[in-house]
Each structure stands twice: as structure tokens, then as C-alpha cells.
Ligand binder design. Structure first.
Ligand code: HXC
Length: 260
């Protein structure tokens, strides 16, 4: 499909790649861009042959934030009545795992977009931050909440109240990203696709259940989360993939998952 602000491809038969492609504006997340992004993600999510989705930008910018020029004259009444940015969180409701491959600027809404992914891999050039405070506003795409969960109150307060950026190395040390990859051009996307391929080789039902269980840790209290995990674990015993996976282990062969 042809899009104006994004590119879609299949670097692996089981991995969908969405590349934000608005280079002149450092991938500023305009509404038209976000509509295309949501459409492409929904298409990949609905495709049975896809097991994981990678989301990336350019070497220079994952995304430099929501489009400030589009927002600057917006009125409260319009933002509130039309639920401005509410459709941003569609990404968090996808069933397939989403891996953000971040190079360069991931600022404001760009940082929040990365934080909505299930896994973040960073190139050493990645620069994260929530600079909204410097332009008279605050994070609106979940940054204050997801960062607080990821790195704690004091660090989140410092970042959100000053707008200072943080490096890939800090992001790794604080657990915002799972790892920083090598410095080569395109390396972070290559690693993310490889990671996606590894996930796509598993039972899609088990992967979906595992994602749901981990997310419960952020949405429910401990007792509820533990119950959710146990129920989903029990549920896997109703799948052929669990039978196949355990039979293959016992028979010392590789499993062939059919996602049923
Ligand atoms: C619109 C943007 C933009 C943005 C960059 N551009 N970021 N346009 N919205 N968020 C545009 C610039 O206007 C410029 O266009 C072109 O991209 C290149 O940017 P430069 O500033 O010339 O590049 P550079 O000097 O290298 O500086 C890079 C930068 C800077 C440090 C990333 O662009 C910057 O500070 N951008 C804004 C970062 C920010 O505040 N993000 C948070 C936005 S608020 P022209 O036409 O001049 O060439 C936000 C709210 C989220 O995200 C809440 C809801 C989810």
C-alpha cells in the first residue's frame, strides 16, 4: 500500500516493518501521519502470517514529537471535544508484539510512541526526552505515566519538569530500553527485525498471552496480575501449540507451531 508519511515492508516473511518517513520535519507526528501509522499497524496486526511488528524512523530521528506547527493554534475546546491524540494509544491495543527501533531524536510524542511499544532497542545515537515543558505544555501521550512506571518518580519528575534529554546509555541503565545495539548504520533495525523473527517463530497464541500477562503488571495490582497470569497459563493448555511444543521437547525435535 502507498502511504505519504510512512513506508511499510516485510524484511522477513513473518515481520512487518513500519518506517516513519517525514524526513524534513524529523518525523514530527502530524495527524495524517498518525492515521497512516494506525492503519498500517492494524493491517499487520490482522495478518496471520505476521508474528511481530517493528516500528522505526530514520538515523537522525525516530520522531521529534507531535507536530508543533499543527498544534500551536489549537484551542482547548477543540482539543477536548475532539479527544485530541486519543487515537495515539491504538498501538497499545495490538495483539502482535511491537518493537521500537530508535535512532536519533525520540522527543515528546516520539518518546511516548517508543514507550508504547512492547520492547525498545536503541542505537547509541538515540536521544530521548519529554521537552514539552519547554514549549508551555506537558506530555499528553502517556510519557509522564509510562516513564514513572519505568524509571521511578524522581527521575521522571526531573526529566518532565526540566525537559532535559537522556541518552541511549542512560535509557539502558534505567531500563527504558532493553539494550543499546552497535553503532553501524541500520544496525538497530536489523537487530529489531532479528528479534521480531525470533518471536515470530513461537506460538502466536502463547506470544499474545505472554504479552497480555506482562502488560497486566502495569495495569493491575499484584494479586490481580498474578491471577491474570495463572488464567492465561491455564488457557494455553487448550491450544494445539502447547501440545506440540511439549511433545516436541519430549521427542527431542523442533516444534512446528500452527497457531491454534
Ligand atoms: C514540527 C518539527 C518538530 C516538531 C522538528 N521539526 N521537530 N516540526 N513539530 N515536533 C522541524 C523543524 O521545524 C524544522 O523544519 C525541521 O524539522 C528540522 O528541525 P531543526 O530544528 O531545524 O533541526 P535541529 O536544529 O537539528 O534540531 C532538532 C531538534 C529540534 C532538537 C529535534 O527540531 C527540536 O527541538 N524539535 C522539537 C522537539 C520537541 O519539542 N518535541 C516535543 C513536541 S510536543 P523547517 O521547516 O524549519 O526546516 C509533543 C507533545 C506530545 O510531542 C504530546 C502528545 C502525544
Amino acid at each position: 500500500k502507498e502511504y505519504q508519511f510512512i513506508l511499510t515492508s516485510r524484511p522477513d516473511p513473518a515481520v512487518g516493518l513500519v518506517t516513519l518517513n517525514r524526513p524534513k520535519a524529523l518525523n514530527a507526528l502530524s495527524s495524517p501521519l498518525f492515521n497512516e501509522l494506525n492503519e498500517a499497524l492494524a493491517d499487520f496486526d490482522a495478518d496471520d502470517s505476521i508474528g511481530a511488528i517493528v516500528l522505526t524512523g530514520s538515523e537522525r530521528a525516530f520522531a521529534a514529537g507531535a507536530d508543533i506547527k499543527e498544534m500551536k493554534d489549537k484551542q482547548f475546546s477543540d482539543a477536548y471535544k475532539n479527544r485530541f491524540l486519543e487515537n495515539w494509544s491504538a498501538l497499545t491495543r495490538l495483539r502482535k508484539p511491537v518493537i521500537a527501533a530508535v535512532s536519533g531524536y525520540a522527543l515528546g510524542g516520539g518518546c511516548e510512541l517508543a514507550l508504547m511499544a512492547d520492547i525498545i532497542l536503541a542505537s547509541p545515537t538515540a536521544t530521548f526526552g519529554q521537552p514539552e515543558i519547554t514549549i508551555g505544555t506537558i506530555p499528553g501521550g502517556g510519557g509522564s505515566q509510562r516513564l514513572a512506571h519505568a524509571i521511578g518518580k524522581s527521575r521522571t519528575m526531573e526529566l518532565v519538569l526540566t525537559g532535559r534529554t537522556f541518552s541511549a546509555q542512560e535509557a539502558e541503565r534505567w531500563g527504558v530500553v532493553s539494550r543499546v545495539v552497535g553503532a553501524g548504520e541500520g544496525e538497530v533495525v536489523k537487530e529489531a527485525v532479528e528479534l521480531g523473527r525470533s518471536i515470530a517463530g513461537k506460538s502466536q497464541i502463547a506470544v499474545q498471552a505472554a504479552k497480555e500477562a506482562v502488560n497486566a503488571a502495569f495495569e493491575q495490582n499484584l494479586a490481580e496480575g498474578l491471577r491474570t497470569e495463572r488464567r492465561l497459563f491455564h488457557m494455553t493448555f487448550a491450544t494445539q501449540d502447547q501440545k506440540e511444543g511439549m511433545a516436541a521437547f519430549a521427542e527431542k525435535r523442533k516444534p512446528t507451531f500452527t497457531h491454534v
